[in-house]
Design a protein around this ligand. Structure first.
Ligand code: PLP
Length: 384
């Protein structure tokens, strides 16, 4: 179960095949594969002269986006709502889940603010309190998170699948089972895991999953999706109400027959109009993941990460912040060095895209990167 990386580079990432850049910054923003660029360019032309194509041409990105996202998650398209970023999905969870005053939401310290502020906002709005479980050695502490679920009045757990800073990957199945056993809602910010790692939302008992597609899913800014478990859809009231969320708007010749009745599926959470040609590009990018296969991609990225882990293990001048075990990381690797600014400057000089986050150099290789590229990056990171 593998794919031809060189052929993939030539076809979808020609700038990488030419050696223009060593791009190891998918944890920040992903580049667009050729197929998404082509779709976007074509859609841009068609947008300019939109009488040339029908509405269906643009709407196709929404339909395929839901279908492809569902396949990536092991969900069904009726459980997918198209969103424009991760935050929209997290806000959907925070505002739609039927919390009562005094309820408690558990999360981990060290979360990216997109999965913190929407929950903090609940304190004033609904009297719901967010409690953060301290990290252990700069990593989320899974045992302590599970122990915290037994505190009084806990109604929800919300975590990032993969930490933006350390790259630590949580065991979603374990956490999901712990939530299920206690009848607690389980919300996941998947943006740093989905793409380099495969997921099954059913096996993990996830109630709501939020992700933008702009990073590891190699899609335009302003694209993303949320998964809402089928059993919850009826129960939840959308925090923002869209005109296309109702079957009453399905007939475009008769909008004024208002009927405040939502679709029985996740369309009720969508708020249109969205960036339609970017969604077409997202659908194209997601098709690449389905073609290569999420498991094959995960295996490729894991082998790249193994290389970095082994390199770090053999040196005294760098410290890997990311957990070394395969099961506890995905594509994001964080490495502490003595002089971060100097290391970052050397990487930049070597033409390696990366970021500095929370005391570490963040290298985030993906499905088309190679060991050869990593070797150039690592040589620049710690030259002696
Ligand atoms: C864990 C995590 N969540 C969310 C985001 C971004 O949120 P949004 O897609 O709403 O911009 C990031 C990175 O920017 C992130 O690392």
């Amino acid at each position: 179960m593998s794919y031809d990386v060189e052929a993939l580079r030539a076809r979808e990432f020609p700038w990488a095949a030419r050696g223009d850049r060593i791009y190891l910054d998918h944890a920040a923003t992903g580049p667009l594969p050729q197929r998404a660029r082509d779709v976007q360019a074509e859609a841009n032309l068609n947008r300019a002269e939109l009488w040339r194509v029908g509405f269906e041409y643009f709407w196709d990105g929404v339909v395929k986006g839901r279908e492809h996202a569902a396949r990536l998650l092991n969900a069904t398209p009726d459980e997918i709502a198209i969103t424009t970023n991760t935050s929209q999905g997290v806000n959907l969870a925070a505002r739609a889940l039927p919390f009562r005053a005094g309820d408690v939401v558990i999360s981990s310290a060290g979360e990216f603010p997109a999965n913190i502020y929407p929950w903090m906002g609940l304190e004033k709005a609904k009297g719901v309190f967010l409690e953060l479980v301290p990290m252990r050695h700069r990593l989320p502490d899974e045992d302590a998170i599970i122990a915290a679920l037994d505190r009084p009045n806990v109604r929800a757990l919300t975590v990032s699948w993969v930490s933006f800073a350390s790259g630590a990957r949580l065991d979603l199945q374990r956490l999901g089972e712990a939530c299920r056993a206690r009848d607690i809602w389980f919300v996941v910010d998947a943006i740093q895991g989905l793409g380099p790692a495969a997921i099954d939302v059913k096996a993990c008992h996830i109630d709501i999953l939020a992700t933008g597609a702009q990073k590891w899913l190699l899609s335009p800014w302003g694209t993303g999706f949320a998964y809402v478990h089928r059993d919850l859809i009826q129960e939840l009231d959308p925090p923002a109400v869209g005109w296309l969320s109702m079957p009453a708007s399905a007939d475009f010749t008769r909008f004024l027959d208002y009927d405040y009745a939502f679709y029985p599926d996740a369309r009720k959470f969508e708020v249109f109009t969205a960036p339609m040609h970017d969604l077409k590009a997202m659908a194209a990018s997601l098709s690449l993941f389905l073609e290569l296969g999420p498991a094959a991609i995960e295996a490729h990225v894991a082998s790249l990460a193994d290389h970095v882990v082994q390199w770090c293990a053999g040196r005294r001048d760098v410290t890997l912040i990311t957990p070394p075990e395969r099961s506890r990381r995905a594509g994001l690797l964080s490495i502490a060095v003595d002089d971060l600014a100097a290391a970052s400057a050397r990487l930049a000089t070597a033409g390696v895209s990366h970021t500095v986050r929370e005391g570490g150099i963040r290298l985030s290789p993906h499905l088309y990167n190679t060991i050869g590229e990593l070797d150039i990056a690592l040589a620049a990171l710690a030259p002696r």
